[in-house]
Design a binder for this molecule. Sequence first.
Ligand SMILES: [Fe+2]
Ligand SMILES: [Fe+2]
Length: 163
Amino acid sequence: MNYDRLAYGRRVLREELKKLRNTNYMMNKEFIQHGTTSVYQHCVSVAYRSVIIAARYNINVDMRSLVRGALLHDYFLYDWHGCSLKELHGFHHPRIAWENATRDFDLNPREQDIIRKHMFPMTVIPPKYKESWIICIADKLVSSQETLKMHPSHLQPRGKMYD
Ligand SMILES: [Fe+2]
Ligand SMILES: [Fe+2]
């Protein structure tokens, strides 16, 4: 484990969450992702898990893009449980999240790739950057645990990040 990278990632996550306060992003607290987990909590968990993966395997990532992309990867802004064709949500939401995110925030190509490709292999074109691959994997791990209601405490961000 590269503890310097972990500490840096945690700091970036706190900073980026602070920047998102008082923006449309806070609407994510109102939407449920899996089980009782809000989209907001889900995205924070995916960001934190991505930081852990980068630190654990000592991957030299663009940390700010990794965190920002993770926080915005599910910025689709609707209750997908209410969709008549729920199964299509998996295919369409990366594009909707990308459209919303590029409308509301200034995103670099890496952050955009993270959002658009995070459902690979559902989205046919594979991720282009290592940061996108990390979030693609972190999202699947976190989603499975949320669905199964497993919340390993050592994999959750400490402090008030969920508030
Ligand atoms: Fe997603
Ligand atoms: Fe997700």
